[in-house]
Design a protein around this ligand. Structure first.
Ligand code: ATR
Length: 359
């Protein structure tokens, strides 16, 4: 089984596209004078950081330094904008300097695998790494998106075990989401994508690993462009849902549709879809409530945005580096802080989806 030890990842090209213009968000650093922990940088402080290009948009320094302070870990997490061709030097340098660990973001999540001493089997299967932890002979690569998504679902009180789940989108982010749903025992999963061939390719990668779950695919129509007519033929996904089960469904939105600044769009517009849902999760967190979530909520579904996914994958990296478990209370406190930070920065257009920040 591919997801055994809960280290997951997905590939992501969208963040790169979105961040062609580097954006500095100026997230406030947590108080570094707490009696509880991190009391300032000194000669024992260990380096941690984000390797990517660009990295100015990342909330990771806020998140990781908050956790370091709370747990009394003497580490300092910085963003490192690594120029093309310098990734190997950066990885080797980090190891030589006894860094506590790194996150890796676009465009290096695949490239970095070449410079590691070992790769977690799940990250290997998915083909990308977002977390590096030093070991005796070099860094070991992990991915924390899959467990991050899974914990965000738990935190939102959405239980997919034995349930029917419709996933919208089959891009890079969908890998971790699908794997997590399978690990959590979803019974029927319907993958909808504008380009149905990509949904089928994604389904095919996981089917044999999870024979107890059924993965279906169907084209996504009636999308945000409103190009599709409102007819039965234009909504093959509704027919698929009816054919698979008359039960209520859980929907996970993994496309970029509805992300700030195009907040009036949803990947699916018709009420017939939302009426079938009792829970909905959108991996977008800016806006706080997407049109997709608004429609789902108005039809009575329990809803959650993607900020928890962002937070929990960062928490998982911190846990891997420090061999500890972050408590629910600290996670809640961190989530409130992140919510405030993101709110303050909502006018900045690029920060919108979980994988765009930390990974
Ligand atoms: P990421 O790695 O962040 O998931 P991606 O790999 O570029 O980004 O995937 C983007 C997802 O959003 C895809 O599922 C894409 O559909 P296609 O595979 O058909 O391109 C989906 N998407 C983007 N814009 C869309 C739109 N206007 N309507 C419907 N789906 C859209």
């Amino acid at each position: 089984m591919c997801c055994q030890d809960q280290q997951y990842i997905y590939t992501n090209n969208r963040a790169e596209k979105q961040h062609s213009e580097q954006i500095q968000l100026n997230f406030k650093m947590p108080n570094t004078n707490s009696e509880k922990g991190f009391t300032g940088i000194n000669t024992s402080t260990r380096l941690a950081g984000l390797l990517g290009h660009p990295v100015g948009h990342s909330v990771s320094p806020y998140l990781q330094n908050f956790l370091a302070e709370k747990y009394g870990i003497n580490m300092a997490y910085l963003g490192f904008d690594i120029a093309e061709g310098k990734l190997e030097d950066a990885v080797k340098g980090g190891l030589a300097m006894n860094a506590i660990g790194f996150n890796v973001t676009v465009p290096y999540k695949k490239d970095v695998m070449e410079y590691l001493a070992g790769i977690d089997p799940v990250a290997e299967k998915i083909g990308a790494v977002n977390t590096l932890k030093p070991e005796a002979d070099g860094f070991r690569g992990y991915n924390t998106d899959m467990p991050g998504f899974g914990r965000a679902l738990d935190h939102a009180g959405i239980d997919v075990k034995e349930r029917c789940v419709v996933m919208i989108g089959a891009g890079g982010a969908a890998n971790a989401v699908l794997c997590s749903l399978l690990e959590k025992g979803a019974k029927n999963i319907l993958l909808l994508n504008r380009t149905v061939e990509k949904a089928e390719a994604l389904a095919e990668r996981f089917r044999s690993d999870y024979p107890d779950s059924r993965i279906f695919t169907a084209p996504l129509t009636g999308n945000a462009d409103n190009t599709a007519k409102d007819s039965a033929e234009s909504k093959p996904y509704l027919k698929s849902m009816d054919d698979i089960s008359a039960d209520k469904w859980i929907a996970i939105q993994c496309t970029s549709v509805g992300m700030s600044p195009k907040t009036d769009e949803a990947p699916i517009n018709d009420d017939g879809f939302y009426e079938r849902l009792d829970a909905a999760f959108d991996i977008i967190f800016n806006p706080e409530e997407t049109m997709f979530l608004k429609k789902a909520r108005e039809h009575g579904a329990k809803v959650s945005n993607g900020l928890g996914m962002l937070m929990f994958q960062g928490i998982r990296s911190f846990e891997i580096w420090n061999s500890l478990d972050v408590s629910d209370d600290i996670a809640d406190e961190l989530l409130s802080g992140m919510r405030e930070e993101v709110k303050k920065n909502t006018v900045k257009k690029a920060v919108s989806r979980s994988e765009d920040l930390v990974l």
